[in-house]
Design a protein around this ligand. Structure first.
Ligand code: ZN
Length: 279
């Protein structure tokens, strides 16, 4: 299958029935700008529209899966990007424009990926920081290498956490609070113990173990997989996942608005030093 020309993402079919989307911006530790997120979304669509693909892998080049949102590169002309939701007025003053951007580019895309009709597996190495979790958590299964770590330190920026606020569902309430309050990175072993990942493997076996799991899944009928995925997601929604996510997103923008009033900045400017001192 031919794929579009992308700047920050590759797509291939590395095993029978498997489509793989790879983050290809290792020079920035796969920091995410809006273009990269748009390309990830397009690549997922390629996989979903290919009748041969029954399981999708999201992998990443380089030492680290993703260092989060690229704070130096977040001011594009939204008119140049395709949108997937019903948000608008991206350049409006006050809270309106930026909330619309985050609703579209962060929560909207993550929720769309969480509901893709095919099983998805994140294949994770190195650090996953803040927005990095927004690529990992929307996936159905997570395979990570032994040295992988996961953190969301952005409470130091004066907000509640990253925008796809599913922390209690992913890590459990107790560990979610510890991650948010302390900003510390949890280890792969901790993540496994708390049910946040499915499997921890040696770094040099990450690709083969992920593809073996994906190929195993891909032997099953597509519709059965789709129904199973939707049924688990429906159970999470019955536990309030979507409502809780939207509620937290509103509080996230209380944080951004507070920072704008107090510091004329979306984030508390002292936060970056707090995070650096603890890194
Ligand atoms: Zn935000």
């Amino acid at each position: 299958m031919t794929t579009p020309e992308w700047n920050h993402v590759r797509y291939d079919n590395p095993a029978p029935g498997v489509g793989r989307v790879t983050l290809a911006r290792s020079e920035t530790a796969n920091a995410q700008n809006y273009l990269m997120l748009t390309e990830v979304n397009e690549a997922f669509d390629v996989a979903c529209q290919d009748d041969e693909v029954r399981c999708i892998v999201l992998a990443a080049d380089g030492k680290h899966f993703s260092s989060g949102h690229d704070l130096s590169d977040l001011d594009p002309d939204m008119d140049s990007l395709p949108t997937i939701g019903t948000q608008c007025h991206f350049d409006a003053d006050g809270a309106e424009g930026y909330m619309a951007r985050e609703a579209e580019m962060y929560v909207g895309l993550c929720w769309r990926w969480r509901n893709l009709p095919k099983p998805t597996i994140a294949s994770v190495q190195g650090k996953v920081i803040a927005g990095g979790l927004m690529l990992v958590w929307p996936m159905d299964l997570i395979v990570c290498s032994e040295e992988a770590t996961f953190s969301d330190p952005v409470v130091a920026f004066g907000v509640n956490g990253h925008e796809y606020f599913t922390h209690p569902y992913e890590a459990g309430a107790r560990l979610a609070k510890e991650m948010l309050f302390t900003g510390r990175a949890i280890t792969a072993e901790e993540a496994l113990r708390h049910g946040m990942v499915n499997k921890v493997v040696a770094r040099d076996e990450l690709e083969s173990e992920t593809l073996a799991m994906a190929a195993h899944i891909a032997k099953r009928p597509m519709f059965g997989l789709t129904l199973a995925k939707q049924s688990v997601n429906n159970a999470l929604d019955a536990m309030g996942m979507h409502t809780a996510l939207q509620s937290a997103f509103g509080l996230h923008h209380v944080g951004h608005s507070h920072n704008r009033l107090k510091y004329d900045s979306l984030v508390d400017p002292s936060g970056i030093q707090v995070i650096r001192d603890e890194a």
